[in-house]
Design a protein. Sequence first.
Length: 130
Amino acid sequence: MPRNPGLLIQGFETTRTARLANKLLINIEPICVACMFARFALDIITSSGARMNELLQISYDKDCCVVTVDKSVSPPRKNYIFRFKGREEPENYYMPEEVFKFMNEILKMLKESIFNVPSCKGHHLLQGAS
């Protein structure tokens, strides 16, 4: 178990092995995580026009990440929405399905790395979408 558990901190084993081998070891997992978050931010900015302040409001809960079904068209179509707080009422930012899928990939990776990301029971954004 690492002395300092966390995604962005070098683990005890990496630090100890680097000292014993007298070599520089670089943990690439934090770099991969940073790249995933950068891609996620770019996807949202380019697909919806959201600004940095809106990006900071994203949270994985039923009030922010919303999937609706438009039954007025045939076949019914799913709408993927990030709902940020607006000036007076929440504002909808429609996203492509791929952005929500990538968000789920990030959450899965974080759960595997950190083990303490809470799961939202009963709230699966892409249930049956894969």
